[in-house]
Ligand binder design. Sequence first.
Ligand code: C5P
Length: 222
Amino acid sequence: LLSAPLNGQRLVVTAGGTREPIDPVRFIGNRSSGKMGIEIARAAAQSGYQVDLIVGQIEVNLPKSERIHITKVETTEEMFRVVDQAFVGADGLIMAAAVADYKVDHPADQKIKKTSATSTLSVDLTQGPDILATMGAKKQASQFVVGFAAETDHLDDHAQAKLSRKHADMIVGNNVTQVGSGFGTDTNQVTIYQPNQAPQQWKQMSKTAVAKNLIQFIQELR
Ligand code: C5P
């Protein structure tokens, strides 16, 4: 059941992973399933937000909804451009996407062939934009930005560092090596980090429940 529209309040939500082409048939990608971001979009729409859902190359299984507008992108730079536009006038941004940090300098126009002359192949990579950090740096006082931190170690330190480096109002941290948490699973165990506050560790629950709790938590803060 959808609750009443929150008089035009709009959230920008990203989900899934970006891909950086190496040549026309190959890319550098990651293991993001997009489940967490999609559940966040669903929960936000159910609470009455208008949602701009910007996704990488993943299946989006959402019932058709006038509350959710979906844009599909491939690369980090494409996601950056779409988020940058959508963030104008939005109430908040939740970046659940796994964004590629590096892009291939000069993707080949034609499929790269295996040669017998050399046994190695090098591709040069350059850093692309950090979407969250850029939006965090330019957000208005009324806008909030939430990031995710998927870590394999030292979650507290990395999440706290991300809060400040990305000017985020909240980082949702999860340890991707823990059973029932992270990539591809239907459950997640997250810790909420906010500036000048003790981290809040949530129980392991379904990603649907994490998303609902997160949206409710954000609404209560505002
Ligand atoms: O730095 P790291 O990738 O671990 O930070 C994770 C958070 O930053 C996520 O919310 C992710 O969506 C966002 N991010 C981004 N642009 C990047 C890299 C990460 O917006 N280039």
